[in-house]
Write a protein that binds this ligand. Structure first.
Ligand SMILES: [Zn+2]
Length: 277
């Protein structure tokens, strides 16, 4: 049967001689695996359709679980995400996280739009540490593991201060903190960002200026969350960790940027994330 779907390539692996198997995240059919024959040949018409990050329109025949590409067209190549060091690292991480953490039945249209917005924001040169943290939250929510942040998971108390407990499922108040000795004390601004990320539609992500100490706390909190709730070992994460650790030393590597961001950064829809604490 012939299928047709728009999709973003979240995984691309070599298959046999000159072929590739891609996994697409689609807005209509969840995740789809498609063989792209001859994708590695220099003159292949469809080679670009098999590249990681490509957003395209794919038609393919499918009988079993795996389809075979019949034809396709690129809608957006996301070429910016293949240049430099940072862009590819963060985009590869977002793609791999999507591939590994999301089951077929969880890959709904909303997540597709979040990934597309994530790639767009990275291509536009928005702070990748913020873009990817926000996207992580979207993946957690799609996978059914959104943290509870507005009230204590243990007693329901709604006024803080709270501590972030990965094992507990979100916020723990001062009296309940003892239930998780590993619960993290986070800056007020970091709590605010976690709540913003949870509620945010990535298509409305503006530019958010966040200080380095807050970024580190965000990374730590979401990393703990991921390690506790999602049993995935991501290949791209080790490289990203190195990049974030030694980012200053690599700061001279220019990231590829789009010249005309489609959205104004100062959009009123952008979440207000100026930090007061
Ligand atoms: Zn409590």
């Amino acid at each position: 049967m012939l299928y047709r779907a728009e999709g973003i390539v979240i995984r691309s692996t070599d298959y046999g001689e000159g072929n590739k198997i891609v996994t697409l995240l689609t807005p209509t059919l969840g995740k789809q695996g498609i063989v792209v024959r001859g994708a590695k040949k220099l003159k292949s018409r469809y080679g670009a359709l098999a590249q990681l990050f490509t957003y395209g329109d794919y038609s393919y025949y499918r009988n079993g679980t795996l389809g075979t590409l019949n034809s396709g067209e690129i809608i957006e190549s996301f070429q910016e995400l293949r240049q430099g060091l940072e862009g590819p690292a963060y985009a590869a991480y977002a793609a791999e996280l999507t591939d590994r953490a999301i089951n077929d039945d969880e890959a709904a249209a909303y997540l597709f739009h979040q990934l597309k917005a994530c790639q767009t924001a990275l291509a536009e040169g928005k702070d990748p540490q913020i873009v990817v943290r926000a996207y992580e939250m979207k993946v957690f929510a799609a996978a059914g593991y959104a943290p509870m942040l507005d009230e204590c998971v243990s007693c329901g108390r709604r006024d803080g201060p709270f501590y972030f407990s990965a094992a507990g499922g979100g916020a723990l108040c001062r009296s309940c903190r003892g239930r998780d000795p590993a619960a993290l004390e986070l800056q007020d601004g970091v709590w605010k960002l976690l709540r913003v990320f949870l509620a945010l539609d990535m298509r409305r992500l503006g530019s958010i200026a966040v200080k380095e100490s807050s970024k580190s706390q965000l990374q730590l909190a979401l990393r703990r969350w991921m390690d506790f709730h999602l049993n995935v070992n991501l290949k791209s994460r080790g490289f990203l960790d190195q990049l974030e650790k030694y980012g200053d030393l690599l700061g001279s590597v220019p990231a590829a940027k789009r010249e005309n961001p489609a959205q104004a950064d100062s959009s009123e829809d952008a979440p207000a994330a100026d930090e007061s604490g």
